[in-house]
Write a protein that binds this ligand. Structure first.
Ligand code: PHE
Ligand code: ZN
Ligand code: ZN
Ligand code: ZN
Length: 296
């Protein structure tokens, strides 16, 4: 039957698909196999003139946020700190974002043994950041307006041990003027707290990182919650000036294994991770005691 139409579906969990009818005829079968959308047997198409329609069937999965909170402290003035726990599919994701996740765990464990905090501290390990900030966006939107108001601020840690590290602090006041504007009122003070610790206590110069919407603070600032955090760089290239102040290699990416299989245990600058973990603990602890500089 010339012109008969049969729709073939590549059952490809990775999507997007590629392939041609020639490959199908040659017996090439993609990972998930091929089926006919109308449920008829493929053999019935032998020798027929068919139309091929390629569709990717994406696999549906369930993902989780892991959330833990101190037992003491004001529940109406919560300090939140978060890191995404998932990785890109290409590799193990040790710098992105094992580094943020493990430092957050260490901070939570040491804070949990302290007798009391003034403000409750809520730790979040987000799911499915790499699929479009899914976990953190879901979390913020699952809260009532009142519950959102009960969050004093949000601190984000996504990639804090890049092998050719930069010491970037989210630019709460947009003093770098890169265009996406300042964070919600109070974000400038959070930036200042990180800069004061890293420069004053550790003695490392800092740079500014624009709120470009690429990590889990996105929905927090969208609803007006002051935010901040740390970042040591992804695919961006380290400049000569940065290499002079931070060491490492100018002209190369901060993380040349970003979203690749080589983002493994060797892909971490442990000095950068240690300094940023200290800064995370200090700033989280400071706000557990008082958020007065942020909220007045
Ligand atoms: N969120 C990005 C990722 O996980 C990395 C990133 C973090 C980019 C922070 C910019 C700022 O791949
Ligand atoms: Zn990533
Ligand atoms: Zn990340
Ligand atoms: Zn700034």
């Amino acid at each position: 039957e010339a012109g008969a139409v049969a729709v073939l579906v590549y059952n490809n969990a990775e999507g997007p698909v590629n392939g041609t009818l020639g490959e199908v005829n040659d017996g090439y079968v993609p990972a998930g196999g091929i089926t006919r959308a109308d449920g008829e047997a493929l053999a019935a198409l032998d020798g027929k003139d068919i139309t091929l329609e390629l569709r990717a069937l994406m696999e549906e999965r369930t993902t989780y946020n892991v959330i833990a909170e101190t037992q003491t402290g004001r529940k109406d003035n919560v300090v939140m700190a978060g890191a995404h726990l998932d990785s890109a599919t290409e590799g193990p994701g040790i710098n992105d974002n094992g580094t943020g996740s493990v430092a957050l765990l260490e901070t939570a464990l040491s804070m949990g043994s302290k007798p009391e905090v003034n403000n409750a501290v809520r730790f979040a390990w987000w799911g499915a950041e790499e699929f479009g900030l899914v976990g953190s966006t879901h979390y913020v939107n699952s809260l009532s307006f009142e519950q959102q108001l009960d969050i004093a601020l949000y601190l984000n840690f996504d990639m804090i041990g890049s092998p050719n590290a930069g010491y970037f602090v989210y630019d709460g006041d947009d003093s770098a003027g890169e265009g996406s504007g300042p964070g919600p009122y109070g974000s400038a003070q959070i930036e200042r707290a990180f800069v004061d610790y890293l420069e004053g206590e550790i003695g490392v110069a800092t740079g500014e990182k624009d709120f470009d919407g690429r990590s889990d603070y996105g929905e927090f600032i969208a609803v007006g919650i002051p935010a901040g955090g740390l970042f040591t760089g992804a695919e961006g290239i380290k400049t000569e000036e940065e290499a002079a102040q931070w060491g490492g290699t100018a002209g190369e990416a901060y993380d040349s294994c970003y979203h690749q299989a080589c983002d493994d245990l060797g892909n971490v600058d442990r000095v950068a991770l240690d300094r940023n973990a200290d800064a995370m603990a200090y700033v989280t602890g400071k706000y557990a005691l008082s958020t007065e500089d942020v909220n007045g």
